[in-house]
Design a protein around this ligand. Structure first.
Ligand code: GDP
Ligand code: IMO
Ligand code: MG
Length: 429
């Protein structure tokens, strides 16, 4: 089977290690396209001890042959993008000549950030990254938002911006009792950003269609994770985009029949940043050890990530939502010290035993995890590159996951470095 167009996405609540794997796989591909989210993402790549955290720039930027594309599903805050480009270019990586951005991307404004921050107070807080992601997507769906294409015509831009800021300022002052944002300075800043941004804009569906026609290999990069999906996640504790595989189509303008493969990424345990239910969370010494060994701090906000055991009902639901073809298990080495490792195999909901996380958020919040305990291997796996080198009990752990979710393993990650990976199957061919 030919595999040229591959979707890589997270099967949990984000931070599964997507960035590391995408960077690794880009050795074999021509282009990478982000399909949703914005600079709420933080994708970490480590090469020769040098760490790069990417927010809006796709995780193929460290590979000089790769074209990096932002699809229309991505919300773009020009200043955040500029800072990221400048930082990368300062460290010697050519970005602007390799970056192409869909003109249909929603434009994320300062007022979106202020609205996000104003809302994130009190008992109803979602625990967002406060990057303005939710308010920007709201404006898109409400059909009042601006698009990057609006930066091409600065006169019309001012009229549209005036109308939008009028609405944002009404909310900011009357509803949230905050200071309003100034039209003239916002407009002036956008005019400045337009100078470098407009030349990068293009009709991305057309570009991708041409690449697909010449049999280029394209990786569709997911941000966040399946349980943060606006439609399928643990609502309302979700992000505001479709993080699941369908988003790769709507967020780039490529039809579903063009997709050849979906690689699902999961940690060997579970983490979550922000609020919301997390059945297998370990608010105890197990969780503390996972956090310590896994260095579980958010790459965008620095917040400590909540940690718990691997949750198979969540994973099964993610595999179902995304038609996942094969699985990548990340951070196996983090479990090296544990004498016993628990896996949540089922949920108990009232008198019912569930194999699959339920769609109803109230039911999900009421689920009690049922665990199976496996013996830990208590040997270092850090940096191992061959399956045969894994201790038998580590082999047993990954085989248990594969068997209990009914999917083959494509790779196992044994450290943050690009090469600290056991590749079991070719992804692109
Ligand atoms: P992403 O958002 O899915 O790209 O994941 P993040 O980059 O936010 O979080 C994953 C973190 O785990 C990063 O700090 C990575 O460097 C690190 N990481 C990735 N794979 C491994 C692994 O196999 N072992 C260890 N110890 N760390 C890893
Ligand atoms: P990557 O791509 C983990 C979480 C936030 C919050 C919720 C909504 O690095 O995996 P938002 O700012 O999107 O409105 O916040 O989603 N969240 C993430 N958690 N990894 C991410 O991205 C996340 N992006 C958003 O913590 O709970
Ligand atoms: Mg991350």
């Amino acid at each position: 089977m030919i595999r040229r167009n591959v979707i890589v996405l997270g099967c949990q609540w984000g931070d599964e290690g997507k960035g590391k794997i995408i960077d690794l796989l880009m050795e074999q591909a021509n282009a990478v396209v982000r399909f949703q989210g914005g600079n709420n993402a933080g994708h970490t790549i480590v090469v020769n001890d040098h760490k790069t955290v990417l927010r809006l720039i796709p995780s193929g930027i460290l590979r000089s042959h790769v074209r990096c594309i932002l699809g229309n599903g991505v919300v773009v805050e020009p200043l955040a993008l500029k800072v990221e480009i400048d930082q990368l270019e300062y460290s010697g990586i050519e970005v602007k000549s390799r970056l192409t951005i869909a003109d249909a991307c929603p434009l994320l404004l300062k007022s979106h950030i202020l609205l996000d921050m104003a809302r994130e107070t009190g008992a109803l807080a979602i625990g967002t990254t406060k990057k303005g992601i939710g308010p920007c997507y709201e404006d898109k769906i409400a059909r009042r938002g601006l698009k990057l294409s609006d930066l091409r015509d600065l006169n019309t831009l001012k009229t549209k911006l005036d109308a939008l800021l009028d609405y944002h300022n009404f909310l900011l002052t009357h509803y949230y009792h905050q200071t309003p944002i100034d039209l003239e300075s916002t407009y002036a800043e956008l005019c400045q950003q337009a100078i470098w941004l407009v030349p990068l804009l293009t009709d991305v569906p057309l570009l991708l269609a041409a690449m697909i026609a010449k049999h280029d290999k394209i990786l569709f990069e997911g941000a966040q994770g399946s349980l943060l999906d606006i439609d399928h996640g643990t609502y309302p504790y979700v992000t505001s985009s479709n993080t699941t595989a369908g988003g790769a189509c709507t967020g780039t303008g490529v039809g579903p029949l063009a997709m050849d493969y979906v690689l699902g990424i999961t940690k060997a345990y579970t983490t979550r940043v922000g609020n919301g239910p997390f059945p297998s969370e370990q608010d105890n010494e197990y969780g503390a050890l996972l956090a310590k060994r896994g260095n579980e701090f958010g790459s965008v906000t620095g917040r400590p990530r909540r940690c718990g055991w691997l949750d198979l009902p969540v994973l099964r639901r993610a595999l179902l939502l995304n038609s996942v073809s094969g699985l990548g298990i990340m951070k196996l080495d983090v479990l090296d010290d544990f004498a016993e490792i628990f896996i949540c195999t089922h949920y108990r909901l009232g008198d019912t035993l569930l194999t699959m996380a339920p769609s109803d958020p109230n039911d999900f919040a009421a689920c009690i995890p049922v665990y199976q305990c496996l013996a830990g291997w208590q040997e270092p796996t850090l940096g191992l590159k061959h399956y045969e080198q894994l201790p038998d009990l580590a082999k047993r752990y990954v085989a248990f996951i594969s068997e209990h979710v009914g999917l083959p393993l494509d790779l196992i990650s044994t450290g943050p470095e690009r090469q600290q990976t056991i590749l079991l199957r070719e992804i692109f061919h």
